[in-house]
Design a binder for this molecule. Sequence first.
Ligand SMILES: [Cu+2]
Length: 491
Amino acid sequence: MKDERDRKREAAMDAEQPTRLLKLSRRRVLMSSAAMTAGALLNRRLPAQSPSQASSVAFNPLRQTPPRHWAAIAKANHPPGKPQDDYTPVFTPNGWTLPFELRGGVKVFHVVAEPIMHEIANAPERLLVECHGFNGSFPGPTIEVVQGDRVRIYVTNRLSMPTSVHWHAMILLCGMDGVSGLTQPAIAPGETFVYEFIVPDAGTFMYHSHFDSMTQEGLGQVGMFIVHPRDPEARRPDCDFALLLHEWEVIGGASRPDPNEMSDFNILTINGKVFPDTHPLVAQLGDRVRIRIGNLSAMDHHPIHLHGYAFKVTATDGGPIPETAQWPETTVLVGVGQTRTIELFADNPGDWIMHCHMTHHTMNQMGHDFPNMIGAQTDQVDKKIRSLLPDYMTMGTKGMWDMATMNMSVPENTIPMKGLDGQFGRKVMGGMATTLKVREHTVGYQDPGWYDFPKGTVAHVATAAELEADGIAPLAPPRRPHDGPGLRPDL
Ligand SMILES: [Cu+2]
């Protein structure tokens, strides 16, 4: 039987949120109110901060919280940060940084949302897509400022549909958040809106459409927004890279990515390019390297794996991670809508691949909806079909690799087989991958070409003498799983 208090509580909730009550059982209501009571008691027991603890945190009006003291931030009145003097400019491989004009101490930017043709891969296997972008490119140009800068950003809509721009993960006054319908009207085609704010926090942020996000973010209205710390004592990296991850479904022969696709993506890009068209990250031996990775893919989180190094995740889109809380990684998971900043000390020269470790994300348009032919014996079938089609050959019996090495004809504007022609042959990998090239001498971020391996440091075909010395039997011909036991000694 319900007691009087329950009846009153339910009646009160009913009045406030009639739909919510339908979903909450009385038991759950009681449990949540019990949890709230416990939480309140626990809160009361938390020790008060001692005066010494409080004063050990230096006052920084840019980081005042809570509530954010916007007036104090405005009063701080910092001069506009200068590239080189105040920060090491970020390098966006295959991309560019949006220039600004200084007007009365304010950095003025102009962002233009527009439909574009974008080249994902260039000749000989070329892929052009009809997408959206900012200022003629996908992803949009990197916006780069210094914490405390006052910025004024004009956004012009040259699309045939309304739009808006959201400054992703930046903590701003609500009216500058760029969420159409909620914090501002949508920007109509042909209109220009203006956003103005003082940038309160340093970090790796992004910007993207917040109107019909599935369509517009999906079609490429995305970009990176880098804020360097104002603190002159902050450690500056020698190289600073900005990478933005994205994904599309582009059906073979088509040029319009399908933003309605929910799960099957076949074009996975870093700064709008697929490997091997991604420009390498070039660092000099001894450099402190910072790599900022953002993910505005539609549906996939990407575990980005770097060879040759263990790095530390030093910041997320929520802010810097204290040094004592950082741990080493070789793979960093960058979820949709997240940024991760990693840092490493370039002490291991070479050509190091950096790629999403989801194997389908490094395959371009190959491997999708393809029947599983691995290991199939098709000689007899092929012979029969050849009487009708003289060049016929069943493909995929040795995986995707055999297809990548034959010059199969594919629809125009399609890149199923694009892979790397490296100094040791063809690498069957495309999509979400790039390389970190560490050299003794570099010229800016210019691609230094292939790594010149010191003699005797590359894995090679074992010689007869090596095999004999270590008692390894020279290799047998290929076998099939049911050809009898393998080399396990107990079988
Ligand atoms: Cu991935």
